[in-house]
Design a protein around this ligand. Structure first.
Ligand code: R5P
Length: 300
């Protein structure tokens, strides 16, 4: 007979333990978190993204045009991208930007934006669809397909549908999926929110997650079984952006996926190099800032 006793309303909360000091246990001998059991093709693409020596990546995000148009700093992709290409590991972009403004002979990773559907003039940006077929991602030799995920927003269901369809197609053709955790005007940016969103997206099968840095970041990383790369967000001062990058890496991020804090800098190439020093060469924010100052000081 069913127990009709009312559940205790004030049941004691069970405290969580993220074991942030215990390294991820099931990586085998592969350098990308959560990827040990994937096939050769997936691992090859992930190696095009994450440097096997450091295990980390500097992704340069310039996919903003897919909903923001020509934001400041990205007015002329054909001029900017060739300058930066040698200073980053991965280009994160739309197929339109890549095909028109990037020569196909570059030897870096590609994170191909495959979701779209809104623009800056919409109040709600969370209704997207899949705009790129997996066949075109294959033709472009994409190393991962990037999909926006809107947890807690009106478009949550459709974005999870998009994510799942891209993951399913990616699994068929061994192309990893990058789940991009979206934050809208009215959406929280708390560690509670990012813990929820990153874990949902990882459990649905994304191989990489892009999210924002926040407090308790090490717990978000510990609870997420795939690598997290940190978004740059709105332009900060160069010094602040380097602190954020350093804190992210200290918290367990496997890299940065940074846009505006590189391309809106007065010195985008030096800024990209500084991020690389933090991500691959264990520079502190202070050392990276000294490097920035040294490289940008006026010549006598
Ligand atoms: C996410 O919404 C898109 O990928 C953005 O274009 C990208 O994350 C923006 O990068 P950032 O915030 O560093 O300018």
């Amino acid at each position: 007979m069913a127990d009709k006793e009312e559940p205790k309303k004030d049941a004691e909360k069970i405290e969580k333990n993220y074991y942030t000091d215990v390294p991820f246990k099931t990586n085998g001998n592969f350098h990308v978190k959560g990827a040990a059991n994937l096939d050769w093709g997936m691992k090859k693409h992930l190696t095009n993204i994450f440097n096997p020596k450091s295990g980390n990546t500097v992704m340069f995000a310039f996919d903003h045009g897919y909903f923001m148009g020509s934001v400041s700093g990205l007015e002329r992709l054909d001029i900017l991208i060739p300058q930066l290409i040698d200073h980053v590991d991965v280009l994160m972009a739309t197929r339109g930007a890549l095909r028109t403004c990037v020569k196909p002979n570059f030897r870096k990773g590609i994170a191909l934006r495959v979701s779209a559907g809104s623009s800056m003039i919409n109040d709600d940006l969370s209704n997207e669809l899949i705009s790129v077929d997996v066949e075109d991602a294959i033709r472009m030799n994409a190393d991962c397909m990037a999909v926006q995920v809107f947890i807690g927003a009106p478009g949550q269901l459709s974005s999870i549908n998009n994510l799942s369809r891209v993951i399913n197609a990616g699994v068929r053709f061994s192309i990893p999926t990058l789940g991009v955790i979206a934050v809208g005007k009215n959406m929280e940016r708390t560690s509670q929110y990012f813990k929820l969103a990153t874990r949902i997206v990882a459990e649905l099968g994304a191989n990489i997650i892009k999210t924002y840095y926040c407090e308790q970041f090490d717990e978000i990383v510990a609870a997420c079984p795939v690598p997290i790369v940190v978004a740059g967000g709105k332009k900060l001062s160069e010094k602040e952006a380097l602190v954020m990058a350093y804190n992210s890496m200290q918290g367990g991020a496997r890299g940065l996926d940074m846009g505006r804090n590189i391309f809106q800098s007065k010195n985008p190439v030096v800024m990209a190099d500084c991020i690389g020093k933090i991500v691959h060469n264990k520079y502190t924010d202070k050392e990276a800032w000294e490097y920035y100052c040294e490289k940008t000081k006026p010549k006598k």
